[in-house]
Design a protein around this ligand. Sequence first.
Ligand SMILES: [Fe+2]
Length: 249
Amino acid sequence: MLGLTGAATIGGAGVVSAHDKGNNADSESDSDAVTNESGIPRYELPPLSYDYDALEPAINAEIMRLHHDKHHQGYVDGANSALNSLEEMRNNNDFSEIKHVKRDLSFNLSGHVLHTTFWENMSPDGGGKPSGYLAKAINKYFGSFENFKAEFNAAAKNVEGSGWGLLVYDHLADMPLVTQAEDHNDLAVQGATPLLVLDVWEHAYYLQYKNNRGKYVTNWWNVVDWDDVTQRYEAAQYAELSGDGAPSI
Ligand SMILES: [Fe+2]
């Protein structure tokens, strides 16, 4: 499973198995790719790279199991359902429901992308501070790591309702930005690549932290995998908005 690095995300196909093998150039070898009968890719739930209890005590196993197996799976299913509806609309040349279906696609696919990034942003060996180019960029654009954390914490803790705190890469200015998302897609900065994302939907913390979102956010820093975030940052720096340059067909 491609790891939703910056280039993959920008290319728009990072979570689709059909594009995970050989990155399009040898698509004829994609015999085990997940597609429908028309050859259109379908999304898949990526497995966790660690056990459900590996992030304890920051996030307990019960939350991880439900969050990954049920909630994330729901977004995968919702995104694929939207793809099915779009294909049916095309076949019937009837686009009367396009507003509804496009809304479903935006919500569920954004949820799939963000959750996939979220799992990979965390590690049982996480915590500490970034290094290398990411550390330099954070110091340049936020003043210090502590200033960056303060802005990210404020963004995450003050999401109105359900949503996310994010560190993204803005390709127009070539700089990192802290942003918020309500639900999965509202307030999104188009074209920006997620580097580090924190799920602050209640399903992400309520079973362990009840209504104390702030404590959850504070403890979450102990499992942030800065190696993963740094890889995303460096990939985003070299990516172009059009993707990795390989033709899709
Ligand atoms: Fe979630």
